[in-house]
Design a binder for this molecule. Structure first.
Ligand SMILES: [Zn+2]
Ligand SMILES: [Zn+2]
Length: 109
């Protein structure tokens, strides 16, 4: 299976991109291109206690004190939300822009 909470390369299940290891050796748990992840954690990132393992998509970004920008992931099956740190090579700006456009449209409706 694609996403594992270890620092090694994998193929993204959402966009089929081959993801290389985390540049600074931290855990790689999402794709730097589409920011999708898998629901493998239950309570805290890295516990791998969840049996769900469905695709988790980025639904928002938050500024956290001391941590910087984090991604909010939501599971496509059970709707659970998890917060994850951005990796230095995450291409999050296009996703951030897309999400804010969707939110702007929802406000207009
Ligand atoms: Zn991807
Ligand atoms: Zn889930």
């Amino acid at each position: 299976m694609g996403f594992i909470m270890r620092n090694e390369s994998f193929i993204c299940l959402a966009c089929a991109r081959e993801v290389s290891e985390h540049p600074s050796g931290s855990a790689r748990n999402h794709c730097p291109k589409c920011l999708c992840s898998l629901h493998v954690d239950d309570l805290v990132p890295g516990d791998r206690a969840s049996m769900c393992s469905w695709l988790m998509k980025p639904v928002g970004f938050e500024e956290r004190k001391g941590k910087g920008m984090v991604i909010v992931h939501q599971c496509q099956k059970c709707k659970k939300r998890m917060v994850n740190k951005l990796a230095p090579d995450d291409e999050y700006l296009p996703i951030l822009k897309k999400l804010s456009e969707i939110q702007a449209r929802e406000l207009l409706d």
